[in-house]
Design a protein around this ligand. Structure first.
Ligand SMILES: *Cc1c(COP(=O)(O)O)cnc(C)c1O
Length: 416
């Protein structure tokens, strides 16, 4: 499975498979799989796409995949003939069984599997506004991987998991400030010996994991869609959908149609929208956003292989969506499709509504709407998730490092 090389998008030089960057500059690296055609493996969930994932094995018990179905009610409401919904979350009636209810459940499993393959005993460090932390915590609770999560204090309410409630291998650090401050603390921790960063948009396992949304959809639709709608913060999911589409076109069995990236950002924190629309970015705070999991101050935009290239190559668009619009769109979706969804996908739905109004999307176009998270209420009915409690709240990285130092010496004392 997964025979691949890793190349710099910019200079094409072959890299160490675990590298995150190339000496030539800021370019992203990309995996190139030896199997040009996607041959599914007889494995559970997302692992069936292993030939196009940068892993040589799987983690049993995690790795549920996304599910694509043809919409009826919302499709009728919007006047579309070919609306397909990709659902990442918990919705057993449709076969969606993600335990932390967002498409971050597609990023954590292959990332953790790669650490295992490197025999890396380092502690993985992840900064997150909530959904990513939850997904990594879930996988780590199954594998025992040592993990440090840095999560803004205001996002700690998102840190529930099912199953083990107090895994000793996980340190949860609440951080003062916003997601960007959490990233900076995590960067400082992961630069210490014994820690590794997860790599964000630079991590090919995250991108190719999210890319399985497009693989699953192309198989369900039996071809590539005309449009791909997604709410973005960093835009990594957009890059992933583009990369997966390149592979599917090369496969030859899914047509030559490059799906147009239709990305939605939540105003006022919409750096991708602002960069795309050439507007001035004012100073903004995450508190006024509809879903602050989309808050991001430094998305992988202009680097080779990044969001700007993805938009250019696909003839894409970016929409700036206000809270009220997102809220209305979310309500419309929930009443039509009869499942609760997170705030972020409301921004994708509102973008679709805008695109229909402007004539950008025509009634007969094949549209893939990525519902990036949902079914939390549905999951709570069935699986009784419990909150992870923060082990420490840090105002800066010095405090965080001191705490981790004390914790590891305590662990050593316990062992001796
Ligand atoms: C992370 C996240 C997004 C945005 O993902 P990108 O990394 O910007 O592509 C959208 N929706 C949900 C639910 C998320 O958790």
């Amino acid at each position: 499975m997964g025979d691949y090389i890793v190349k710099c998008v910019s200079c094409k030089a072959i890299q160490n498979p675990y590298a995150l960057s190339c000496d030539c500059g800021s370019s992203l690296l990309r995996s190139e799989y030896s199997e040009v055609q996607l041959n599914l493996m007889d494995l559970p969930g997302m692992w069936k796409y292993c030939p196009w994932l940068p892993v040589h094995g799987i983690i049993r018990g995690v790795g549920e995949g996304s599910v694509t179905y043809r919409s009826e009610a919302l499709s009728r409401e919007l006047g579309l003939k070919n609306l397909f919904i990709s659902f990442s979350g918990f919705w057993p009636e449709r076969g969606a069984l993600m335990k932390t209810c967002s498409f971050k459940d597609l990023e954590a499993p292959p990332t953790m599997q790669r650490l295992r393959e490197q025999n890396d005993v380092s502690t993985l460090v992840v900064a997150s506004a909530g959904n990513t932390a939850r997904a990594f915590a879930h996988v780590a609770s199954v594998t025992g991987q040592r993990l440090v999560l840095v999560v803004p204090e205001s996002s700690l309410h998102r840190l529930w998991i099912t199953g083990t409630t107090n895994p000793e291998n996980i340190s949860l650090i609440g951080s003062k400030g916003d997601y960007f401050d959490a990233i900076q603390i995590a960067d400082k921790i992961s630069a210490q010996e014994g820690f590794v960063p997860e790599g964000g948009a630079r991590n090919i396992a995250r991108r190719d994991g999210m890319g399985t949304v497009m693989l699953e959809a192309a198989l369900a639709i039996n071809g590539l869609p005309d449009h791909y709608f997604q709410a973005v913060g960093s835009g990594t999911g957009g890059i992933s959908a583009w990369e997966a589409s390149i592979r599917l076109i090369r496969d030859g069995r899914f047509g030559e149609n490059m799906p147009r990236l239709q990305l939605g950002q939540n105003l006022p924190n919409a750096p991708i929208y602002c960069a795309w629309a050439c507007e001035e970015l004012g100073a903004v705070a995450p508190e006024c956003m509809y879903d602050d999991v989309l808050f991001n101050r430094r998305p992988p935009y202009a680097m080779p292989g990044g969001v700007k290239d993805a938009l250019g190559a696909t003839g894409g668009q970016v929409y700036g969506i206000k809270n009220e619009e997102a809220h209305q769109a979310r309500k419309l979706f929930e009443s039509c499709e009869e499942i609760d969804i997170l705030g972020a996908p409301g921004i994708a739905i509102a973008s679709l509504i805008r695109a229909i109004e402007s004539g950008e999307v025509r009634p007969e176009d094949a549209v893939l709407l990525n519902i990036t998270g949902g079914g939390v209420s549905r999951l709570k009915e069935e699986l009784c998730p419990e909150m992870l409690k923060p082990d420490f709240v840090a105002s800066n990285y010095e405090e965080a490092l001191e705490f981790l130092g004390e914790r590891s010496s305590q662990n050593l004392n316990l062992k001796s």
